[in-house]
Design a protein around this ligand. Structure first.
Ligand SMILES: NC(=O)c1ccc[n+]([C@@H]2O[C@H](COP(=O)([O-])OP(=O)(O)OC[C@H]3O[C@@H](n4cnc5c(N)ncnc54)[C@H](O)[C@@H]3O)[C@@H](O)[C@H]2O)c1
Ligand SMILES: O=c1ccn([C@@H]2O[C@H](COP(=O)(O)OP(=O)(O)O[C@H]3O[C@H](CO)[C@@H](O)[C@H](O)[C@H]3O)[C@@H](O)[C@H]2O)c(=O)[nH]1
Length: 466
């Protein structure tokens, strides 16, 4: 919305939220999220044509276009728990729009929703309506965190789905005119509502599938002496495949991929498409396998136990350049290590100690997770310490796990880190950011996902029984 305000000075944008603390933060000098370049965009328009308010009803009543961007998490209880999208927030937003509206409105699905949500929303909006015309559009968002501003400034495409009626087409044109302020017309794609809704789920599923594919290859590379980075480079050179999204890692995280794939799986199951559901489920299962495989490498390399040992965790966010920790692989890896009674010292340049403690104590739905990834008691967080420096985190540690690819981890003084650690000093790189040969020369025992194994690690079974 800040980008719309920046690019369309003739449009007044009001961001409303029921979370008053968040709105207060948006109106302050310290925005509630860290996103490179966002401060500048907000500062350029706030008070001009961009406003933040907790008076949701007043501003919705006055709007011509309402973008609904509320959260759509995975259901944790009841029918479809652990898979289906929880549309509670969407439904209450739709009911509120229906209640407060006195003029015609275009209601835009900006959240990622199950296919056919527009139909349900239409029913809520038009039920008991007072002669008001609501047009529902699907306009899914494709930005990635950490690069949101560039993604919004130069989107690969903007997708708008609408009803194939004269009113529907008019609404599509109205929304298209907003984006046309800065997005070339050929990059604004219009289609029917259901295609737009499915396209968002399909894009995320296929992106995540690429990561699970290369992560699956990383296990085979370790077993055979191949290097996954070389394999990804060779594969990505095929112009039909392309080089992006082929970085092997400790596993994908973030608030979208797992949630949206599980939602897709549920929709397939509801449509009787068991084989299709199982196909997509495998993308999440390989991701869980990758996280648990990493934990097993750590434990088995360190004489099959990390009990009482200090392990430094460098990086907790789900990717670099964000402070977001939702579904970060770091949560599952820490749970796995704590399950083996390790003492953990975490450093992340953007994530607060409070957030890390909350994440580690939080109950996660345990759908199909391996044993050691299951919810744990909050008392285990007593074994966790959060520090504000990588050197502090690694001081006296037996092992280091790199779980986020922050640029600063490439430039650390690893000799200094080695000197301060217990020996043998182990380093487990879940992001392929370190120079393996250099670190081995310093004296570290090194494991890096998908890379030829250190003889020390090699002699141990890759997947000892849990
Ligand atoms: N985070 C991303 O990068 C991203 C990218 C593309 C799509 N999406 C999709 O966008 C949606 C939102 O994601 P998010 O990460 O911003 O979630 P979020 O939980 O950070 O934000 C949602 C906000 O909606 C507010 N809200 C809930 N009910 C409300 C109501 N009735 N009225 C007003 N405000 C209400 C909440 O208070 C919260 O601040 C999800 O469907 C997600 O899948 C997110
Ligand atoms: O080659 C890769 C690329 C990514 N990742 C990991 O995958 C996760 C997701 O990364 P990314 O997709 O860059 O960030 P998100 O903000 O989750 O963005 C995804 O999810 C958004 C929400 O739906 C979509 O809008 C975006 O298009 C889609 O990329 C992160 O943990 C990354 O570290 C890898 O492990 N290897």
């Amino acid at each position: 919305m800040a980008m719309i305000a920046l690019k369309c000075p003739d449009i007044e944008v009001v961001v409303v939220d029921i979370a008053v603390a968040r709105i207060n933060a948006w109106n302050s000098d310290r925005l509630p999220i860290f996103e490179p370049g966002l401060d500048e965009v907000v500062k350029a328009c706030r008070g001009r044509n961009l406003f933040f308010s907790a008076d949701v009803e007043k501003h919705v009543a006055a709007a011509d276009i309402v973008f609904v961007s509320v959260n759509t998490p995975t259901k944790t209880r009841g029918l479809g728990a652990g898979k289906a999208a929880d549309l509670t927030y969407w439904e209450s937003a739709a009911r509120m729009i229906a209640d407060v509206s006195k003029s015609d409105k275009i209601v835009v699905e900006k959240s990622t929703v199950p296919v056919k949500t527009a139909e349900a929303i239409e029913k809520i909006l038009t039920h008991n309506n007072k002669g008001i015309n609501f047009q529902i559009l699907s306009n899914p968002e494709f930005l990635a965190e950490g690069t949101a501003i560039e993604d919004l400034a130069k989107p690969d495409r903007v997708l708008i789905g609408g009803r194939e009626t004269p009113e529907g087409r008019k609404a599509v044109e109205a929304l298209k005119a907003v984006y046309a302020h800065w997005v070339p017309e050929e990059n604004i794609i219009t289609m029917n509502l259901w295609s737009a809704e499915i396209s968002k789920l399909a894009a995320n599923a296929i992106l995540a599938q690429r990561i699970s594919s290369i992560n699956a290859m990383s296990a085979l590379c370790e077993a055979t002496g191949a290097d996954v980075a070389e394999v990804a480079y060779a594969v990505g050179k095929d112009s039909r495949i392309g080089p992006k999204f082929l970085n092997a890692s400790v596993g994908f995280g973030g608030s979208c991929f797992q949630k949206d794939i599980l939602n897709l799986v549920y929709i397939c199951e509801c449509n009787g498409l068991t084989e299709v559901a199982n196909y997509w489920k495998q993308v999440v299962q390989i991701n869980d396998y990758q996280k648990s495989r990493f934990v097993k490498r750590v434990v088995s390399s360190m004489f099959n136990t990390v009990s009482g040992k200090k392990i430094a965790v460098l990086g907790f966010a789900f990717k670099k350049d964000t402070g977001d920790t939702r579904e970060t692989a770091a949560i599952d890896v820490c749970h796995g290590l704590l399950g083996d009674n390790a003492k953990i010292s975490v450093y992340d340049p953007q994530v607060t100690a409070d957030q890390i403690m909350r994440d580690l104590a939080m109950n996660k739905f345990d759908w199909d997770h391996p044993q050691h990834l299951q919810p744990m008691s909050p008392t285990a967080t007593k074994q966790v310490d959060v520090v504000w420096d990588a050197y502090e985190a690694t001081k006296g540690a037996h092992g280091v796990c790199i779980l986020t690819e922050w640029d600063e981890f490439k430039k650390l003084d690893y000799k200094r880190i080695y000197d301060g650690m217990q020996k043998p000093a182990f380093i487990f790189d879940g992001r392929n950011v370190i120079n393996v040969d250099e670190l081995r020369k310093i004296g570290f025992v090194v494991y890096s996902v998908g890379k030829p194994l250190d003889p020390w690690v090699k002699d141990l079974p890759a997947a000892p029984p849990s």
